[in-house]
Write a protein that binds this ligand. Structure first.
Ligand code: UGA
Length: 432
């Protein structure tokens, strides 16, 4: 099938390459010439496992190309809109500028019988409004939210755990087209939820709100554990054995960040308030507040362990990305903690396998280096992103590099007993 993907950021680039790998003929379009040039040369503008291979395969097969000209969308049967919806500078609402611009520029190239598919995360009610723009072209609009996780983006796109199609009343032809796009997943038995626009839009934000709530729930338990001497990791294991609760997303630590969870809960709150239903999701403000408090807690722990002041102390920060297997530092708890420690006068040397360039761009005032450079002579070590190479560190060999064996494990990713046995002062969040 001929497919266009408008917006080649994280979501769009992965979607375009994945659709080509499924055998479709895909053009990815973006207004950012630099991004398009990189993608067309097979270089993803961000770190994502498996994407370079997928891009190379797609480009070599001739089934994947990239363009800055929206007119190249003409002739595709299905047009995906996958542009970003960042947080507004003023308040927590979503900025729909890119969505509106994408629809406005795409409409002149859309023909009757074609399908426009929104993938961007939007406030509920947006699809119904955009459907009015699509209607005069004779094309249809569907809303098909995306649930991919960074680090697993290709796998989540090619083999999703569910597909959600929000369609207009009676427009079953759009279901047929989407089933054709996702034929591989559909024939493998992937559940398909066919619903209305509002439900499809809400599924996306509800899923992210639930995940954020689950993380803040366990971080709230960590706060209680800290004043009672309990261990939040054991608590998480114990409640996680209950299949109704489940152990996933119950890792306490410095909390959630990234380009999705934080902005999505804020946008959801703002939209609910507009709808006069602010109280229904008022708890999300608490979820946000708990999350931000945990970053502060990690900073305070380092200060405590360094005798009340970090001024002129060398602190090794391990990890900057908002999570492992990503170079994304948007709203990253790790980067935030590093910046706060620097602000308190610490000599922070931060390291990360992938996220140093993005971190340096945002915070050039920080010092960055290799793992060894960070550890060398450090007064304290703070683990903030649980990359597997940090999980695998040998406590004795790390101890031989630092000035003082003090470790704050902001992700509860290391074995406390092993590190203590090697002479370390080990502090975890929510652990005795
Ligand atoms: C999230 C959702 O998981 C995806 O389903 C969704 O499609 C995506 O947002 C999106 O809206 O595009 P992602 O932002 O890639 O995906 O990251 P997650 O794996 O959800 O992790 C989010 C944050 O929560 C990370 O900072 C991670 O370190 C933190 N986290 C996760 C915890 O602090 N504890 C946990 O137990 C799990």
């Amino acid at each position: 099938m001929r497919i266009s993907v408008i917006g080649c950021g994280y979501l769009g680039a992965v979607h375009a390459a994945s659709m080509a790998s499924l055998g479709h003929d895909v053009v990815g379009i973006d207004v950012d010439a630099e991004k398009i040039e990189a993608l067309a040369a097979g270089r993803p503008p961000f770190y994502e496992p498996d994407l370079p291979e997928l891009l190379a395969g797609g480009l070599a097969s001739g089934r994947l190309r990239f363009s800055t000209d929206i007119a190249d969308a003409a002739g595709s049967l299905v047009h995906f809109v996958a542009v970003g919806t960042p947080q507004l500078r003023t308040g927590g609402g979503a900025d729909l500028t890119y969505v509106d611009a994408a629809f406005a520029s795409l409409m002149p190239h859309v023909a009757s019988g074609e399908l426009v598919v929104g993938k961007s995360t939007v406030p509920v009610g947006t699809a119904a409004r955009l459907a009015k723009l699509v209607e005069p072209t004779g094309a249809m609009l569907a809303w098909n939210p995306e649930f991919l996780r960074e680090g697993y983006a290709v796998k989540d796109t090619v083999t999703p755990d569910r597909l959600v199609y929000g369609i207009a009343d009676g427009q079953t032809a759009s279901v047929d087209l989407l089933n054709e796009v996702y034929a591989t997943a559909v024939s493998a038995g992937t559940p398909v939820v066919v619903t209305d626009y509002a439900t499809a839009e809400l599924v996306k934000v509800a899923a992210n709100a639930f995940l954020a709530t689950k993380i803040s729930f366990i971080n709230a338990m960590a706060e209680i554990a800290e004043v009672t001497g309990a261990d939040v990791t054991q608590l998480a294991d114990a409640i996680g054995y209950d299949v109704r609760i489940g152990r996933k997303f119950l890792n306490a630590g410095v909390g959630f960040g990234g380009g999705c969870l934080p902005k999505d809960i804020r946008a959801f709150t703002a939209r609910a308030e507009e709808l006069g239903r602010g109280e229904s999701v008022a708890f999300l403000k608490e979820v946000d507040a708990i999350n931000l408090r945990r970053r502060q807690r990690a900073v305070n722990m380092v200060v405590e362990e360094l005798g009340g002041s970090v001024f002129r102390k060398k602190v090794a920060v391990l990890g900057l990305a908002f999570k492992p297997d990503s170079d994304d530092v948007r709203d990253s708890p790790a980067l935030d903690v590093a910046v706060q420690l620097h602000g308190l006068g610490a000599h922070v040397v931060a390291t990360d396998p992938e996220a140093i360039p993005n971190s340096r761009r945002l915070h050039p005032q920080l010092s960055f280096g290799t793992l060894d450079e960070a550890l060398d002579g450090a007064d304290a070590v703070v683990l903030l992103t649980e990359w597997k190479q940090y999980r695998a560190l040998n406590p004795s060999s790390v101890a031989s590099k630092v000035a003082h064996p003090i470790l704050v494990d902001g992700r509860n990713a290391l074995d406390a007993d092993t590190w203590r046995a090697a002479g370390w002062t080990y502090r975890g969040l929510g652990r005795p």
